[in-house]
Design a protein around this ligand. Structure first.
Ligand code: NAD
Length: 307
């Protein structure tokens, strides 16, 4: 099948592209390389270095005629969204609208959208949160991801295009950027392997639901089937505190650093964990890589990368 992947040079997108090509699909990538890396790009994918907001996107759709669009390109830094909500909205709302408009105009059958469980539920009432949990995003990033979901539902109603929104938990694994603000696993590992001191924000008792990137890729594959439509959480349902994560990584990296705490980050959720019962029941997806194994693979990757 002809598939267009936006954000295919990024962390999750590049793993997805590799897997789609392995499955025999014909893949086109659109990415402006703002956080994505050329070295992540699969050589067998056709690549357009392009911003999703650009009018040139029309030409890509005209030339490539994809049947399916996997939309991952995004501004995904929560803190940047707080500092510059307009930039966040340009990329995540207007850019997404451009992708959806072109998809509808050029006869795409289906869109699979990367949304965020952590960011759109806000402070949770239920643990783990199901898809029916109220959405009260705490950041412009959460708002922009949620509006992407609303636009998808709108285009589905007016044009019949099918869609799936996948609400990921905290994704981790090889190729995650350790330089950014997001991605605590990559940040801790990089510092530990470079004998630097990682800082735990606040008391470290805040919890997250860590899901391995390969499992997220499999959820995308399950979502591709034509009959599937709707919104699905993609997480493990397991809560891990940042302190516990830190200790597991110290053991794996054999780092000699101490547990040092810094000030808590404003607006950070205390607990975030999502219920993936729906995708498990309806699509038979479940996370296969447990945290100790996923962390081991990620540490191995960074060890090799850092030489
Ligand atoms: P990433 O930053 O590695 O990937 C995003 C990709 O989009 C990058 O390659 C970047 O260059 C590209 N991009 C950004 N702005 C663009 C633009 N205007 N035009 C074209 N390309 C652009 O991040 P990721 O972790 O791989 O995230 C992928 C998707 O998953 C995002 O939509 C993100 O919101 C979502 N998500 C990620 C997580 C997580 O824990 N990593 C959790 C929930 C949702």
């Amino acid at each position: 099948m002809k598939i267009l992947v936006t954000g295919g040079a990024g962390f999750i997108g590049s793993h997805l592209v590799d897997r789609l090509i392995q499955e025999g699909h014909e893949v086109t990538v659109v990415d402006n390389l703002s956080t994505g890396k050329r070295r992540n790009l699969n050589r067998r994918a056709r690549f357009y270095k392009l911003d999703i907001q650009s009018w040139r996107l029309e030409r890509v759709f005209r030339n490539e005629r994809p049947a399916l669009v996997m939309h991952l390109a995004a501004q995904m830094d929560v803190r940047r969204s707080v500092e510059d909500p307009v930039f966040d909205a340009r990329v995540n709302i207007l850019g997404t609208l451009n992708v959806l408009e072109q998809s509808v105009r050029h006869g795409v059958r289906k869109i699979v959208f990367s949304s965020s469980g952590g960011a759109i539920y806000g402070e949770q009432y239920l643990f783990p949160a199901p898809e029916t949990h109220p959405t009260q995003p705490l950041s412009p990033y959460g708002i922009s991801k949620l509006s992407g979901e609303h636009y998808l539902a709108y285009y589905q109603r007016i044009s019949g295009i099918r869609y799936v929104s996948l609400r990921y938990a905290n994704v981790y694994g090889p190729r995650q950027d350790p330089e950014g603000e997001a991605g605590v696993v990559a940040i801790f590992i990089q510092k530990m392997l470079s004998s630097e001191q990682p800082i735990i924000n606040g008391n470290g008792r805040q919890t997250r639901d860590f899901v391995y990137v390969d499992d997220v890729v499999e959820a995308n594959l399950a979502a591709m089937a034509q009959e599937v439509q709707g919104t699905y959480n993609v997480g493990t349902g397991v809560e891990t505190s940042i302190n516990d994560l830190f200790r597991m990584l110290v053991e794996l990296t054999k780092a000699s650093c101490k547990e040092v705490h810094g000030p808590a980050k404003k607006g950070e959720q205390a607990r975030s964990v999502i219920d993936s019962g729906r995708i498990r029941q309806e699509l038979g997806w479940e996370p296969r890589v447990e945290l100790p194994e996923g962390l081991r693979r990620t540490v191995d990757y960074f060890r090799e990368k850092l030489g």
